[in-house]
Design a protein around this ligand. Structure first.
Ligand SMILES: [Zn+2]
Length: 84
């Protein structure tokens, strides 16, 4: 297990099975119970995919997709995805 520090509270994140979070096992994840922030691992390893994300960050990521994805699908921003 690697030391993965929560970027919100600075504590060490716990390595847990994803079923603790999702109720289904997709693999291992790092979890900060205090912030409810977590990040998945590269398949079959204990290497984190990136930084821990809390609920708010996940919410905004999702919200941004909900807004932009239909527009991209319509081709309105063809070739402008980077700019958007
Ligand atoms: Zn934390």
């Amino acid at each position: 297990m690697k030391d993965v520090i929560c970027n919100y509270c600075g504590r060490k994140a716990e390595l847990v099975d994803s079923k603790v979070i999702y109720g289904t096992s997709y693999g291992m994840m790092y979890l900060c119970r205090r912030c409810n922030a977590y990040v998945g691992c590269h398949k079959g390893t204990d290497r984190p995919l990136g930084r821990l994300a809390d609920a708010e960050l996940r919410y905004w990521k999702k919200a941004a997709h909900a807004v932009f994805d239909p527009l991209w699908r319509q081709g309105r921003f063809r070739g402008q995805r980077k700019a958007a």
